[in-house]
Ligand binder design. Sequence first.
Ligand SMILES: Nc1ncnc2c1ncn2[C@@H]1O[C@H](COP(=O)(O)OP(=O)(O)OP(=O)(O)O)[C@@H](O)[C@H]1O
Length: 229
Amino acid sequence: MIEAHQITKRFLTTKAIEGIDLRIDPGKIYGIIGENGSGKSTLLKLLSGLLHPSKGSITINGEPVTRQSASTIAYMTDFDRFYPYFKVSELVSFYESQFVDFNKNKAEDILDFLAIDHEQKLKHLSKGNLGRVKLAVTVAREAPFLLLDEPLSGLDPMVRESIVKGIIQFVDFDRQSLVITTHEIRDIEPLLDEVIIIHEGKKLDQQRVDDIRMKEQLDVEGWLKRRTR
Ligand SMILES: Nc1ncnc2c1ncn2[C@@H]1O[C@H](COP(=O)(O)OP(=O)(O)OP(=O)(O)O)[C@@H](O)[C@H]1O
């Protein structure tokens, strides 16, 4: 389990995250939603140990999160400057050399599912296909926590839901959790267990999707509009 206690992150004068408490349990899919600049990426980087909170603490299974937590967390960045002369297959080999939990066969299966040519050079891939490659190499890790920052950006709206549904088949929910930040909540709403709203650096709410539908009689988009009004 990942637990954040009252975390705050400042960048000089900007308070990107303020006083957030959060718990990520095993075996679930979480969606983190919020407007541009609300703090979603910063929160994910904090949870993955890439950034340190200015205040508060984060633990994974009771141990403090550090950069070494990369062995328990697979983080898919929104940054996409890979070595451009690598072929897709060379990027896969590079990931295999970097992460002990990297499952090369799984990576190749995901790339096939996403119709990516393994012999294509990264510099020749479209933005959407580069996004698919990033998704494949991240989900191919057997880490207990998979944190995906805007995995749908750059993907054609027509294929977003089917891609996410397909990718989920490669996640083992007996021992892995998935956390996804997104603007496009409508595309993945049916797949989520819980939704967390980040608004101006604060956690506005966290609910089970079933509770939103049954108790509030709303879809997640309607609930989001009501909560951020
Ligand atoms: N390295 C940094 N240095 C200074 N300010 C930063 C840094 N990273 C983020 N910020 C600021 O922190 C706030 C939250 O940014 P963040 O990227 O986490 O938001 P976001 O919700 O992921 O936005 P988007 O959806 O546009 O990616 C913004 O005001 C941003 O300008």
